[in-house]
Write a protein that binds this ligand. Structure first.
Ligand code: CAA
Length: 266
């Protein structure tokens, strides 16, 4: 898609970041768009994601993250491991020489591209086919829901490369599958295929590859069928549940419900 076509559809095409962004009413779609490089990600990808989060139109309720071609994403661009790096974005070699503060700032900027996908105001859905490796796996984990094709292959490759997963993926992974399974997946860098992903809670649904788009459309229709403000308040409650005691959570439910009742009947 050209920049002009993307703009006509309320979005943009981010050549350097390798992605497209389109808005259609209450639905926004982010498409990793470098199929020929298996949607490998760079710092420019993460800046573009962060920019989308910062400028997301208020009416958007559902954000879909998907990838063109056979793979959702093959993770970080392997040129980062070379001395030359990614043109204009440096390499791991140059990143390693940054002072702590500058490194934290650079990583923090990258993580912003992932963190906003959990906002209460939206539900984010990763539509995942083929490989979701490293940063690709973490991008899928940054979304609220994962609908996957039956050829999906999740892999947390970072430890095999001497690195840790640092794009916000470790917490959602532990919360979804538990500590023991997260250790098993990350510290072996093994591949998790569709059946296991469904069984351990990594995926909400597995469908044949050709049915992925339709399965996502169906889920969007279900999500949009409920009251918007109630959905936002309920997501807030659910997100806070783990860190609150039962008493605190009950109180939070009451506060949200009082606000709902006032809005509906007050
Ligand atoms: N970065 C850059 N280019 C990549 C890439 C990557 N991560 N993955 C694939 N490509 C390129 C290949 O070099 C190839 O390019 P050419 O056609 O120019 O040679 C093209 O994409 C197609 O790749 P394959 O022929 O290998 O495609 P495939 O479908 O047979 O295999 C794959 C797909 C299994 C994903 C394989 O490409 C692969 O293993 N890629 C590397 C995965 C990887 O190790 N990623 C790093 C994860 S760690 C991470 O992400 C760390 C972090 O966040 C800090």
């Amino acid at each position: 898609m050209t920049e002009a076509q993307a703009q006509q559809r309320g979005g943009f095409a981010e050549a350097d970041g390798g992605l497209r962004f389109e808005v259609d009413g209450e639905i926004a779609t982010i498409t990793l768009d470098r199929a020929e490089k298996r949607n490998a990600q760079t710092f420019a990808t993460w800046s573009a994601l962060a920019r989308i989060g910062e400028n997301l139109p208020e009416q958007v309720r559902v954000v879909v993250v998907k990838g063109e071609g056979p793979s959702f994403s093959a993770g970080i661009d392997l040129r980062m491991f070379t001395p030359e790096g990614v043109p204009g974005q440096g390499s791991f070699g140059s990143t390693a020489k940054l002072p702590n503060e500058r490194f934290e700032q650079r990583l923090g900027q990258a993580q912003q591209g992932f963190l906003w996908l959990r906002r209460p105001e939206i539900v984010s859905i990763a539509a995942v086919q083929g490989h979701a490796i490293g940063a690709g796996f973490q991008l899928a984990l940054a979304c609220d829901l994962r609908i996957v094709a039956d050829d999906v292959k999740f892999c947390m490759k970072e430890p095999a490369l001497g690195l840790v997963p640092d794009l916000t993926g470790t917490k959602p992974l532990v919360e979804l599958v538990g500590l023991a399974k997260a250790i098993d997946i990350c510290l072996t860098a093994r591949i998790v295929e569709a059946d296991e992903a469904l069984r351990i809670g990594l995926a909400e649904k597995v469908v044949a590859g050709g049915d992925l788009a339709k399965a996502v459309e169906d889920k969007i229709a279900e999500l949009l069928s409920v009251n918007r403000d109630a959905a936002v308040a309920t997501k807030r409650l659910l997100q806070g549940a783990r860190s609150r005691s039962l008493e605190e959570q009950s109180k939070a439910e009451g506060l949200e419900q009082a606000a709902r009742l006032r809005a509906l009947f007050g």
